[in-house]
Design a protein around this ligand. Structure first.
Ligand code: ADP
Ligand code: GLC
Length: 519
């Protein structure tokens, strides 16, 4: 551990301490006993969404879990978020840290705590007091002032490393996705007073804005450069995060490699390859929040179960079939999918192959919302095969848990997938993931072959190409295994025995912080 030893932290005005430790050091060749307190590293997470306050995807799940896991292992992680209405409502008893005026107008910085983790809220109602989705209006139009809303987020992130809160100063500013990408750019512009980490949750969303806005967000023209935050003639908040951070991570090892290739990189493959070759781009796999997503204590399901006492799973399956008005057939495998409906997720491939599930006597339940043509596509499936396929359009947290608990197979046929969380939930709940071999899906699911079954490493079904035929084969593969219920149960046991707790990821991020702080 990278420890700072002091006689007593109170003497030095340090409020936070992890543990009292003793050890020895060598002074002029003589061993001397020392004792003191390990001081926690101060890390600031900067992001735009977090469970349980506001969520549009897996990013929020990560923000709702990783900081808490870091706190558990002795890191002093705090989170900076915009004060959207739902976030303000979720954090009680905040106090004002400071008020200021800058390019974004009048801003109040508040501080509160949630489950022991410190949370800074940027209270700027003219920018953030909008109900619903944090990025766009109800017609799916991006807010016209997004450049300013997320510049402010990055700006405050950087300022919290240089005394905006006189009681707490971040040593590492850890920004997540493009929304927070400018934090590293502002730090650079201030002479790099703290270290910075940028985590890519999804390279497909880039935060591109017109060059003219540069003058409105307090960054100098010199940074609008190919060696800087310029991308295809625009300001890219994502590229700012990649270019100016001390370290970049992606949410799985495979995705960290894939994004150095043109197919996955949206023109950023040159920069990402350079970062990787310089040892500045690595992959750290996400985890699962065991307090929310574990079948033995899931607050949303009626029937709890676990590896050694699985009976509850069947009851959840019956509940799920009842919810969707599907015939109560315990013997029919239920395929489930919970997803944003975008090109990324391969929903079109499922639409083209769902008839295979029907033909083989299975059932399919889909929960999702997003692109209109995909919503229509899955609704048509349900109309065509009402006895086998059911769909709910919308966002429904409680139902998503019932689906993961009650399903037999969870489908994630993504074209690309930085990490993917629903397959991890599937593993945890013994709902075998059927996935395409990409990104985090490739890193977390092992295809069931005669060898992997023998070695007891099989955990699901994996197909290679983003093509309907390949998905169809994988579905057939799942039905073939379903016929051998004893083997199915074995694979399910392997899946449920996997450990995706956040502890592993928290420890890997800690190593990363220590390595850049020691540079
Ligand atoms: P992404 O972040 O790309 O959407 P992930 O698999 O990482 O993909 O995370 C998606 C998260 O959002 C999961 O927690 C999943 O359960 C949840 N989710 C997606 N769509 C819905 C929905 N329609 N209703 C409820 N939860 C959803
Ligand atoms: C993104 C990715 C998803 C990942 C999530 C959390 O939304 O699409 O694969 O699991 O972020 O890191």
């Amino acid at each position: 551990y990278d420890a700072v030893l002091a006689a007593d932290p109170a003497d030095r005005g340090w409020k936070d301490r992890r543990d009292h430790v003793t050890g020895s050091i060598s002074v002029n060749g003589n061993a001397r006993k020392v004792e003191g307190w390990v001081i926690m590293k101060k890390i600031l997470f900067v992001a735009s969404e977090a469970v349980p306050f506001i969520k549009t995807g897996g990013l929020a799940d990560v923000l709702g879990a990783l900081p808490f896991a870091q706190k558990e292992i002795g890191i002093d992680t705090r989170i900076l978020l915009p004060a959207y209405p739902k976030i303000s409502a979720g954090i009680e008893n905040t106090h004002v840290v400071t008020e200021f005026n800058n390019f974004a107008g009048h801003v109040v910085l508040r501080y509160g705590e949630y489950n022991g983790v410190g949370i800074y809220l940027i209270d700027a109602p003219h920018l953030y007091w909008r109900e619903g989705n944090p990025y766009h209006d109800t017609d799916y139009n991006d807010y016209a002032d997004n450049y300013k809303r997320f510049a402010l987020l990055g700006w405050v992130g950087a300022e919290l490393a240089t005394g905006l809160d006189s009681w707490w100063r971040a040593e590492v500013v850890h920004a997540h996705d493009w929304h927070a990408g400018l934090a590293a750019a502002y730090l650079f512009n201030k002479g790099r007073p703290a270290k910075s980490v940028f985590t890519i949750h999804n390279l497909a969303y880039q935060g591109q804005f017109a060059h003219r806005h540069l003058y409105e967000i307090g960054l100098p023209e010199g940074m609008f450069h190919v060696d800087g935050l310029e991308l295809f003639g625009q300001i890219s908040y994502l590229k700012a995060g990649l270019y100016y951070s001390d370290m970049v991570t992606a949410v799985s090892p495979t995705y960290a490699k894939e994004i150095t290739t043109p197919d996955f990189a949206y023109g950023l493959q040159g920069l990402l390859t350079d970062l990787r070759e310089a040892g500045k781009l690595t992959g750290i796999l996400n985890g699962v929040d065991q307090e929310i997503w574990h079948p033995s204590c899931d607050p949303y399901i009626q029937h709890h179960y676990k590896l050694k006492s699985i009976a509850g799973k069947k009851k959840n399956k019956a509940d799920l079939q009842a919810y969707f008005n599907l015939p109560q057939q315990p013997d029919a495998p239920v395929f489930v999918m919970v997803t944003r409906l975008t090109e990324q997720k391969g929903v079109d491939l499922l639409i083209a192959t769902a008839d295979e599930i029907v033909k083989q006597g299975g059932q399919l339940a889909i929960l999702g919302s997003g692109a209109k043509h995909l919503e229509e596509g899955i609704c048509q499936l349900a109309q065509r095969y009402p006895e086998n396929i059911a769909v709910k359009i919308g966002y429904d947290e409680a139902l998503s848990h019932l689906m993961v608990a009650g399903g037999d197979v969870i489908l994630v046929p993504s074209r690309f997938e930085p990490c993917g969380l629903t397959q991890l939930y599937g593993l945890q709940y013994g709902t075998l993931p059927l996935v395409r071999a990409t990104g985090g899906l490739a890193d977390t699911v092992t295809n069931s072959t005669s060898e992997t079954i023998k070695e007891r490493t099989a955990t699901g079904f994996v197909f290679q190409k983003a093509e309907a035929d390949d998905l169809r084969n994988a579905i057939q593969h799942a039905f073939a295994l379903w016929q051998k219920q004893r083997v199915w149960a074995m694979v399910r046991n392997n899946a449920m025995a996997q450990d995706f707790s956040w502890k592993n990821a928290a420890a890997q991020y800690e190593q990363l912080y220590l390595s850049i702080l020691n540079q």
